[in-house]
Design a protein around this ligand. Structure first.
Ligand code: NAD
Length: 433
């Protein structure tokens, strides 16, 4: 097992100590952020279509709510575990602070392989989870959203279930909903789009010509597909993409429109999940997911799961720029190896913050009962991503630190100031002078 997989939460909080050196905040704030506020574990009984009963384990973790209600997705995956959910909640706190939106961090998940469920079983499980966590979440306390293997339709079921429990329409309980059910324009591609805006800032700084740049994207789901599409439309050469079954590779660049078409045939029309892989369609040379990570490309975008870049493969990574579209794709040890090798990593808490930013826009629209146009969403998202990317970049240059440490300094400063504003020992122990 690679480093970091043992306790991904401990790995996550180690990043804070590095950043603390450069953030002028009270030590008490740092200590507070190392402990999640609250953790809920539930058992969800699910009546299967054949009449049998199965019990699924689910979690919701709220990490920190100093800057606002907690916010974070719900993941369905057979490997979900409590340390992973704690780490994901922790990252959400810092992600919301990096982009300056008034939320804290949370995350939830169910230990399940959702691809093995029928559509009706999936709906019952999603509603069952909300019945169990309804008193723990709320539009002013903790607002869920989609994550790996959950999507807009599932968010719609969850919103409906919560509204039934409360006996009122509560669209602001959850974001990432279908647009006809109160979802926002622009939420679908927001995560990939936010990452794309980061690349555009880097392109400006370095005077890149898109057609000279080769890109590999691991994970062709919501986040990965959209960064691939946006970069492809700008002329970047997307040479490899993958899903859980494997990767396809073409040195001259793949036709991303065709890849999307292929995925969507099975993804949206007939099934909640894509049951087939473009890996099986002879669209290009087949390679493995681990080969994809080692390709000689200019930009590598891990957009699937955690810990894929670890001490076993960090030295083999050739890409000079890594954009962490997924949460936690690089372990702590791998991070040091890559930094020493001169790689520029745009860290997850910044690179994939576009998703939560447009979720915030959705929540604001739901609360005000007024809908924004797509152009307005794109303009506001672009402004935020460009501003915060450049703020983090400036901190990196000023202190000669990695982009990751700079992103933590930036967010730690925002959260730390909020914690300090409530008073620390320095204030309470001083005698009023
Ligand atoms: P998704 O379910 O839409 O897609 C996941 C993709 O990863 C699929 O293509 C799947 O086939 C692929 N995959 C799964 N296991 C894999 C493996 N072992 N190797 C390679 N590919 C694999 O999920 P998503 O919403 O796109 O989330 C992807 C990542 O982005 C996660 O880390 C998630 O936390 C992060 N993220 C998502 C959002 C969002 O708004 N959806 C926001 C922020 C961060």
């Amino acid at each position: 097992m690679a480093d970091g997989e043992q306790n991904i939460f401990m790995d996550a909080i180690r990043r804070l100590d590095k950043a603390f050196e450069y953030a002028a905040i009270d030590e008490e704030a740092l200590e507070k952020l190392k402990h999640p506020n609250s953790i809920l574990q539930v058992s969800i009984p699910l009546r299967m279509d054949d009449g049998s009963l199965k019990i699924y384990k689910g979690y919701r973790v709220q990490h920190d709510s100093t800057r606002g209600p907690t916010k974070g997705g719900i993941r369905y995956h057979p490997r979900v575990d409590i340390n992973e959910i704690k780490a994901l909640a922790f990252w959400m706190t810092f992600k919301c602070a990096v982009v300056g939106i008034p939320f804290g961090g949370a995350k939830g998940g169910i230990v399940v392989d959702p691809k093995k469920l029928s559509r009706l079983e999936l709906e019952r499980l999603s509603r069952g989870f909300i019945q169990k966590i309804a008193d723990f979440i709320g539009p002013e306390t903790d607002i869920p959203a989609p994550d790996v293997y959950t999507n807009a339709m599932i968010m719609g079921w969850m919103m409906d279930e919560y509204s039934k429990i409360r006996r009122q329409h509560v669209p602001a309980i959850i974001t990432g909903k279908p647009i006809p059910l109160g979802g926002s324009e622009g939420r679908e591609d927001a995560t990939g789009r936010g990452a794309y805006y980061c690349i555009k800032e880097l392109e400006k700084k370095n005077g890149w010509k898109p057609e000279d740049k080769k890109v590999a994207v691991q994970g062709f789901g919501n986040a990965g597909m959209n960064i691939a599409r946006l970069l492809y439309n700008d002329g970047y050469r997307i040479v490899a993409v993958s899903d859980s079954k494997g990767a396809i590779y073409n040195e001259n660049g793949l036709d991303i429109d065709k890849c999307i078409e292929r995925k969507k045939i099975t993804h949206q029309v007939n099934h909640v999940y894509s049951r087939e892989s473009f890996y099986e369609y002879n669209m290009a040379e087949n390679i493995s997911n681990s080969e994809l990570l080692r390709l000689d490309v200019d930009i590598l975008a891990p957009a699937a799961l955690e810990n894929v870049i670890n001490s076993n493969n960090a030295e083999d990574i050739l890409a000079p720029v890594i954009i962490e579209v997924a949460n936690g794709p690089t372990t702590y040890k791998a991070d040091d190896i890559l930094y020493a090798a001169g790689k520029l990593i745009i860290p997850d808490i910044l690179a994939n913050a576009g998703g939560v930013t447009v979720s915030y826009f959705e929540w604001v629209q739901n609360k005000s009962g007024f809908r924004w146009k797509l152009e307005e969403i794109h303009t506001r998202l672009q402004e935020i991503m460009a501003r915060e990317f450049n703020a983090v970049y400036a901190l990196k240059e000023k202190h000669n630190i990695s982009m990751r440490t700079a992103a933590y300094v930036h967010s730690l400063t925002r959260i730390g100031k909020a914690i300090e504003a409530q008073g620390t020992s320095k204030y309470f122990l001083s005698k009023g002078e």
